[in-house]
Ligand binder design. Structure first.
Ligand code: NAD
Length: 259
């Protein structure tokens, strides 16, 4: 039988009020923008990154807004560091509602020049890091009232980028991980989705040669690169009750590039 009961009202200005959200790679770029958006919407954000100084400055800044933040300096490729995040959520905060597996790196080179270490490192941070995050924190979500997980893929995982066989493989792997985890965890009220940004202006892309940047930007139907905050808005949508019936989805935030 279907229910016509109206959904509980949402406050569009406080979509994550009183929610506890872990964001990895939060020290700068897209992760920082996500942390800022979440805190603006009332969340307590657990800021995870290798860069402790940047996290502490950000936490201080967020403390003066509607949300709050705490810092865990951690390497997402380390299972032990995920246990530290888990212990902080369980013991200090009483649970976790949202996990954003955003941390990622690139080590670009054409195949003949790409070392095994470059391949392993990229897979280890982007793919293994997300898998570890889901494996470690989803039991805590299950013990509560469910949750929402967002994995940061990339358009590279859909179309493949020359010079980025490692990165493209990791980002495509995140799609399989997202869909399998959505199927495993849906019964526990946990939604799992992915975002695929296109060309976004951050420290990661500012390393590109200007001619490569221009060629990529020319492929964007909207005619420009995106901002970290435009990715953060999509992540907020998926993480919040606005995306309450969305699971296993891949949302492109690319200005139409790669369609
Ligand atoms: N910028 C883009 O155009 C773009 C496009 C598609 C996808 N992405 C993805 O978005 C995510 C964020 O990218 P960005 O552009 O903001 O990059 P960025 O390099 O500006 O920021 C990445 C952050 O992750 C942190 N980090 C790196 N390795 C880590 C580790 N082992 N443990 C914990 N933290 C670690 C870094 O310290 C940094 O703060 C990445 O997964 C990236 O692949 C970016």
């Amino acid at each position: 039988m279907t229910s016509n009961a109206p959904a509980p009202a949402l406050d569009p200005a406080r979509l994550l009020q009183s929610q506890i959200a872990v964001v990895t790679g939060a020290a700068q770029g897209i992760g920082e923008a996500i942390a800022r958006r979440f805190a603006q919407h009332g969340a307590h954000v657990v800021l995870v990154d290798l860069n402790r100084d940047a996290l502490e400055l950000l936490a201080l800044d967020l403390a003066s807004g509607p949300g709050s933040a705490s810092v865990v300096c951690a390497d997402v490729s380390s299972p032990e560091d995920h246990e530290t995040v888990h212990a902080h959520c369980r013991d200090d905060l009483g649970g976790v509602h949202v996990l954003v597996n955003n941390a990622g790196i690139n080590r670009d080179a054409y195949l003949p020049k790409m070392s095994l270490a470059d391949f392993d490192q990229v897979i280890s941070v982007s793919l293994r890091g997300a898998w570890l995050g889901i494996r470690t924190l989803s039991p805590l979500m299950r013990a509560g009232s469910g949750g929402s997980i967002v994995n940061m893929s990339s358009l590279a995982g859909k179309i493949g980028n020359p010079g980025q066989t490692n990165y493209s493989a990791a980002k495509a792997g995140l799609i399989g991980l997202t869909k399998a985890a959505a199927k495993e965890l849906g019964g526990f009220g946990i939604r799992v989705n992915a975002v695929q940004p296109g060309l976004i202006r951050t420290a990661m892309t500012e390393r590109m040669k200007p001619e490569v940047w221009q060629a990529k930007e020319a492929e964007v139907p909207l005619g420009r690169a995106g901002t970290p905050d435009e990715v953060a808005a999509a992540v907020l949508f998926l993480a919040s009750p606005m995306g309450g019936y969305i699971s296993g989805a891949v949302l492109e935030v690319s200005g139409g590039r790669g369609i």
